[in-house]
Each structure stands twice: as structure tokens, then as C-alpha cells.
Design a protein around this ligand. Structure first.
Ligand code: ADP
Ligand code: ASP
Ligand code: MG
Length: 476
């Protein structure tokens, strides 16, 4: 055993989503305990639960309560059947079921309140979404105890302190450090494995917040960095970070190692396997990060490594493009007009208008003539953004300095990533000919300033073809 070494392990939704998965997870924690004296477990909600909760809230906000009893029985069945199979001690099992049942009742009450009000505030939505992790943490805690791992369920709302930016809250690292150490260290000192909720935190005043969808990875990184831990392991349902999403391309291969900047680009450009915010805290704290498969635990998965180490490996020339990824459901918005050259601060005003709609912009290109600015936004925000731009440039449009502000149909952003790309001439050429040879039309291009990625915008219906074609540059 590595004395006094601390490990944070995060289990994703699928990894706690069934009896078999929970059994694997318990065995994985047991095995890790043999290696690390201090282990913290972070869990997601059981798979599908967060979506179910948020869908019900959305329906309730529209006045519909029809699905509430089905929701109740679905959640009860999911959690109770796992508890019945895996929690041996009857009184522990009954306590867990009672606590989960109380959470389900509070969910129903919240949905009824939303139906009466006819609205769901971001704050209320976070409270609803938090219920998934608050149920699974109790279940997993009991499953671990039953498997012989001394553990205690703790809600991260007690120590992950965030601002009040509901649905995308930002941690207050100073307060989080203090509280996490105060709550988790005594448990770890006693040899207990704290099992805590991913995804959620609370404001200083105690209002529940969430860190954004898929945010349990980020929770693990936050907790790992403030403890601090020696290593953070993200347990998911694939063998680590792969050359592309194996759901699109079944022959995708695991990348044994990936650099900070590569994983940052991949995560940012849509590889769901890791939440993009996960990387910063572990890199800043100098902690190891590994992504591995709950359903194939002997596979080493992917290790995150410092940039310099791999830059040289990449120069060996083996793998220039390492991975390809896609962000779907985007639209391109273009502001164009011959008179734009003379309009002061066009870009600043344009992005100010976009920001006022609280929309994030994953990709921007500007023609060098300054006659057009083009950028991507999520489809659901596109109309609001176009309206905001038309308002802000009303004068210029009237004076015909700006001819039009328009948006495309749905598009996808396809990104190829690899640290070796910046040292290798002709990569862009190869990428574009590969798309051309496969009849994929490229609407816009952007290269990351770090030169670790090239992004291309293609029609939504060509996204899979583009990913498959580009993946052939990596795996034949
Ligand atoms: P979890 O619930 O464990 O957090 P997610 O569903 O959020 O799991 O992320 C894992 C999924 O990410 C995989 O099942 C896979 O379909 C998808 N994915 C997308 N891109 C990649 C990639 N490059 N490598 C591995 N998985 C990827
Ligand atoms: N349960 C949350 C979600 O589905 C967080 C996570 O799984 O990472 O978004
Ligand atoms: Mg995830």
C-alpha cells in the first residue's frame, strides 16, 4: 500500500447505473484501497436520471404534472432494486431506501410548485437536478459498506462552495479548500472512504448549485486539487480517451497518453468523455489524471501528461493527428457588408451583443478584408443572437454599411487535435483533401492559437461522414 497517498475516483452515470456496474464500482474501490490508504469517491447520478429530472421540471413549468407518478415509480424502482440486490444489511437498506424516497417526494413537491407557478427558475432547476446525485451517493455509500469498504456518504453541498451562477456555478476555491479539508480529512484519517456527490455544490448561503451538465468530472478535479490528492481517476464506460467517439466510429482506439493541451481542445470541442473544466484544477495542482473503464478495469486507460513530454514523442512523427471530435447543434451567424471596414468597434459591439444573450461562442472566423465576421453559437440560441445583433447594428443596417446578419441551418464543428500538428507542415492540406475526397463541404475554418487543433464547420448531416473520413487519417 502507498502510505498516505490520496486518490480521488469519480464514477460516471453508467458506472453506477445498474447492479452490475455498481458491483464493478465496489470492487474497483476495494482494489484501490489496497494501493492507496486514502480514497475519496465522487459519484454521478445513475445514468439517465439527470435528464429525467430536468425533463420533468421542464414539463412541470409548462403546467403538466401527468408524468409525475411514472417518474416517481421509475426512480424508486431504479434505486430500490439496486439497493435490494447489493445492500445486504436490512436496516441499512431500509434507511437508504427511506432517504431516497424522501428525496423523490421532495422532487414531486418541487415539480408541483413549478406547475403552479408555471415557471422553473435556474435556481429551482439546480435543486431538482441535484436530486440525482443525492440519491446515488446514498446508494453507492451503502453498496460500498456492504462490500466491506468502510465508507460514508457526504453531500458535496457541504464543502464545494460556489457562486450563485445557477446551472454553471463557479467554485470559490478558498472556501472550498477550507471546508473540504475540514470535512473529508477526519474521515480519511479514520480510514473511511468518503463517497460524495459530483456535479453539485452550494452557495455560501447554502442554496444548491450545479457545475454544468457533465460536471461530476469537474467535481472530482476540484476535490482532488483542494485536498490535495495525488491522483484523480475518472471511471467511465469506455477504455479512456479515444481517437474519436466510439459510438460514431467503432474502430476508435484508446490513446494511452494525452497532453494537457490536447485533452483541453478535445474536451472543449465536444469529446464528452471529460468535462472541459476538469483539466485546469489538476494541472494547476500538479495532480495526475487518468481516465479508465469501469467495465474493463484492468485496461490502463488514458493518462494525462505534461505537454513537453509528448511534444517530443509527437515529433517522432508517428501520430500527427491524434483525435477527432464533433460539436453538434450549432449554427453559423454571419455579419457582412462592404461598409463594415469603416464601422468602429464592429467586433466588440457584435460580441457584446452576443454576450448580452448569455450565449457562448465556440468558434470565430473573420475575413481579412474585415467585410464579414462569422461565428458559431448553439442552435437554440441562434435566433436570439441574430435579433440582438440586428438591434445593436440597426443604424449600420439602415445606412447599408452592414448588408445583413444571417444564420445557417444546423451545422457541426469538427475538430482534429494533436500536438504534433504545429511542427508538421501540410497537416491542414491533408485534412482538407480528406474531406474533399469524401465530398464533405467545409463552410468555415478556425485554427486554435495553440496550433494543437484545426476546426471545420460542416453541415449537420455531414458530421458523421466528416468524423469518419478524418478518423481514417489516424486509424486505417
Ligand atoms: P460518464 O457518465 O462516465 O461521465 P459520459 O457519457 O459523460 O460518461 O462520457 C463517456 C462517453 O463519451 C463515451 O461513452 C463516448 O461515447 C463519449 N465520447 C465522445 N468522444 C470520445 C472520445 N474521444 N473518447 C472516448 N469517449 C468519447
Ligand atoms: N449527472 C450530471 C449530468 O448528467 C453530472 C454528470 O453526470 O457528470 O449532467
Ligand atoms: Mg460525463
Amino acid at each position: 500500500m502507498t502510505e498516505n497517498k490520496t486518490l480521488v475516483m469519480k464514477f460516471g452515470g453508467t458506472s453506477v447505473g445498474s447492479v452490475d456496474a455498481l458491483k464493478n464500482a465496489a470492487q474497483i474501490v476495494k482494489d484501490a484501497r489496497a494501493e492507496f490508504s486514502r480514497v475519496v469517491v465522487v459519484t454521478s447520478a445513475m445514468s439517465g436520471v439527470t435528464n429525467l429530472l430536468l425533463d420533468s421540471a421542464a414539463r412541470a413549468a409548462k403546467g403538466s404534472m401527468e408524468n409525475l407518478s411514472a417518474l416517481e415509480s421509475n426512480l424508486r424502482e431504479k434505486h430500490f432494486s439496486a439497493a435490494d440486490s447489493l445492500v445486504a444489511d436490512e436496516s441499512t437498506r431500509e434507511v437508504v431506501k427511506r432517504e431516497i424516497d424522501a428525496l423523490i417526494h421532495s422532487l414531486v413537491d418541487l415539480c408541483k410548485a413549478m406547475a403552479v407557478l408555471g415557471e422553473a427558475s435556474p435556481r429551482a432547476l439546480d435543486t431538482v437536478a441535484s436530486i440525482g446525485e443525492r440519491m446515488s451517493v446514498r446508494l453507492l455509500g451503502a453498496v460500498l459498506n456492504s462490500a466491506g469498504v468502510k465508507s460514508r456518504a457526504v453531500e458535496s453541498t457541504e464543502f464545494v462552495v460556489t457562486n450563485a451562477h445557477y446551472q454553471n456555478a463557479h467554485p470559490n476555491f478558498a472556501a472550498t479548500t477550507e471546508r473540504t479539508r475540514a470535512i473529508l480529512h477526519p474521515l480519511l484519517d479514520e480510514g473511511i472512504v468518503p463517497v460524495t456527490t459530483g456535479f453539485i455544490g452550494a452557495t455560501m448561503e447554502g442554496a444548491i448549485t450545479t457545475l454544468g451538465r457533465g460536471g461530476s468530472d469537474y467535481s472530482a478535479a476540484i476535490i482532488g486539487s483542494v485536498l490535495p490528492a495525488d491522483d484523480v481517476w475518472i471511471w467511465t464506460d469506455v477504455d479512456g480517451v479515444m481517437t474519436t467517439d466510439p459510438r460514431i466510429v467503432p474502430n476508435a482506439k484508446t490513446l494511452p497518453e494525452i497532453t494537457y493541451s490536447e485533452i483541453a481542445e478535445l474536451a472543449y470541442y465536444g469529446a464528452k468523455v471529460l468535462h472541459p473544466k476538469t483539466i485546469r484544477p489538476v494541472v494547476d495542482a500538479g495532480i495526475g489524471l487518468r481516465i479508465c473503464n469501469t467495465f474493463n478495469p484492468s485496461h490502463p486507460g488514458t493518462r494525462l501528461i505534461a505537454n513537453a513530454a509528448l511534444a517530443s514523442a509527437a515529433q517522432n512523427g508517428k501520430q500527427i493527428v491524434k483525435a477527432v471530435t464533433a460539436i453538434r447543434n450549432q449554427r453559423l451567424i454571419t455579419i457582412e457588408g462592404g461598409g463594415m471596414l469603416g464601422v468602429p468597434g464592429v467586433a466588440a459591439r457584435a460580441f457584446g451583443a452576443v454576450a448580452s444573450t448569455k450565449t457562448s461562442v465556440p468558434l470565430i472566423t473573420q475575413a481579412s478584408s474585415e467585410q464579414s465576421i462569422c461565428f458559431a453559437v448553439p442552435s437554440e440560441s441562434a435566433e436570439g443572437v441574430v435579433n440582438a445583433l440586428q438591434n445593436v447594428f440597426a443604424e449600420e443596417i439602415k445606412d447599408e454599411d452592414i448588408d445583413r446578419v444571417w444564420m445557417t441551418d444546423d451545422v457541426s464543428i469538427i475538430t482534429v487535435v494533436g500536438v504534433g500538428m504545429s511542427h508538421t507542415p501540410g497537416v491542414a492540406g491533408r485534412v482538407f483533401s480528406q474531406l474533399g475526397n469524401n465530398n464533405v463541404n467545409v463552410y468555415a475554418i478556425a485554427q486554435g492559437s495553440s496550433e494543437v487543433s484545426i476546426s471545420m464547420v460542416v453541415a449537420a448531416e455531414e458530421a458523421d461522414a466528416a468524423v469518419k473520413a478524418l478518423h481514417e487519417l489516424i486509424v486505417k
